[in-house]
Design a protein around this ligand. Structure first.
Ligand SMILES: Cc1ncc(COP(=O)(O)O)c(C=O)c1O
Length: 381
């Protein structure tokens, strides 16, 4: 094997994707209820998306940011329009981690401070700054520990206030809904308290919507369920439906200067074409309201199952908490029932992040297969 072996992945060779389905080299069809870590927003190989990318690559695929790329302006305008952040600005980059790195830099350029507050069970990416604000000792190296970071429990916001009072905090960052941590929604009270405290102590509030954004929770951003307006929002995953693209949405209080941020690939023609196609399809096919509606159907259907202790999350970002460790179940679902689902750091949770194009019939079919899997595992002693 020539690849540096860092992933524990399935021995399944996927060669094709269509809508909510993916197909292996034997033409075996699988349901994709994971969307490749929440990346597939408009469904696999959506025909309009494919056509637009084809047309774009025939014209030009890349030039650097040394020239104006009008497609960037179009993408930014569609994004601010659909999200309601009309007076904010957009910086385009290539991934979620890079979006978070840039968000932290924007905050630090603004107030010239360096300490960051993140939350327990957070995940924000694997580059130096992003991993330093990720609460997982297993993947952090000594090199990453140079950053000044404090992790706080969502349940201990008094401690947050104690820290903010010291006036040396550059920014507070939270996921819209924690994904890898096990679908943990901070909720109305917590988000409003963080927002209030950041304003009170004049600290930057960043919300990482990399997994929870792009319509997945039934509103464009998960935090919009709670009526707050952070200073900076980071995005990636669903933004390009698989084409690598990320972005930072930035409040007008931050002033850009020449050379402040930059990237070679960020905002290239193909990335913009994918980003524009995704937003146009989300709008045309009403995928945000579909996510809300399908999420409700999903939650109600899952409630019928006795082995489920709790259903977490919103819309099509769901965490199903079983009364047992789910490793075997996930394996069974993939191997026997031909359904991809996700895991998390919580061993009892299955993460569901299907494409936003999902229909009721797919959910009903999922429930039948899940019940079959549970029955089989229960009786297979
Ligand atoms: C909430 C969140 N932030 C950041 C990232 C990092 O994104 P990327 O892998 O594109 O760097 C992820 C990836 O899983 C994520 O879930």
């Amino acid at each position: 094997m020539n690849l540096f072996d860092v992933y524990s992945n399935e021995e399944i060779e996927i060669i094709k994707g269509r809508g909510i389905y993916i197909y292996d080299k034997y033409n075996q069809k699988y349901f994709d209820f994971y969307g490749g870590h929440a990346v597939i927003s408009i469904g696999h190989s959506h025909p309009i998306y494919v056509n637009n990318l084809k047309k774009q690559i025939k014209k030009i695929s890349f030039y650097s940011n040394s020239i104006k790329i009008p497609e960037q302006e179009k993408l930014a305008s569609l994004l601010l329009d659909i999200s309601g952040y009309y007076d904010y600005k957009v910086f385009l980059c290539n991934s979620g981690a890079e979006a978070n790195e840039n968000a932290l830099k924007i905050a630090s350029f603004h107030n010239n401070k360096k300490k960051i507050i993140a939350f327990k069970k957070s995940f924000h990416g694997r580059t130096s700054g992003a991993i330093s604000i990720t609460d997982n000792n297993k993947i952090i190296t000594k090199f990453n520990l140079q950053h000044k970071v404090k992790f706080i429990d969502y349940k201990n916001l008094d401690f947050l206030e104690e820290e903010l009072k010291k006036q040396d905090i550059c920014a507070v960052i939270s996921e819209g809904i924690q994904g890898i941590g096990g679908i943990i929604d901070p909720g109305m009270f917590v988000f409003n308290k963080i927002d209030f405290l950041c304003r009170k102590y004049n600290t930057i509030f960043i919300v990482d919507e990399i997994q929870s954004g792009y319509g997945r929770t039934g509103l464009f951003f998960a935090h919009q369920n709670y009526g707050i307006k952070p200073d900076i929002i980071t995005i990636a995953k669903g933004m390009g439906n698989g084409f690598p693209i990320g972005g930072v949405i930035i409040s007008p209080k931050f002033k850009p200067f020449n050379g402040m941020l930059g990237t070679t690939f960020g905002g290239n023609y193909l990335a913009c074409s994918s980003g524009i196609s995704v937003l146009e399809i989300i709008k045309k096919e009403c995928l945000i309201s579909n996510a809300k509606k399908m999420g409700e159907i999903f939650i109600n259907s899952l409630k019928e199952i006795d082995e489920i202790k709790e259903i977490r999350g919103k819309g099509l970002m769901l965490g199903v908490n079983f009364n047992f460790k789910v490793k075997k179940l996930i394996n069974f679902l993939i191997k026997k029932e031909k359904i991809f689902v996700g895991s998390s750091l919580d061993q009892n949770i299955i993460r569901l992040l299907p494409p936003l194009t999902i229909k009721e019939k797919h959910i009903k079919n999922f429930i039948i297969r899940l019940k079959k899997a549970l029955y089989f595992l229960k009786n297979d002693k």
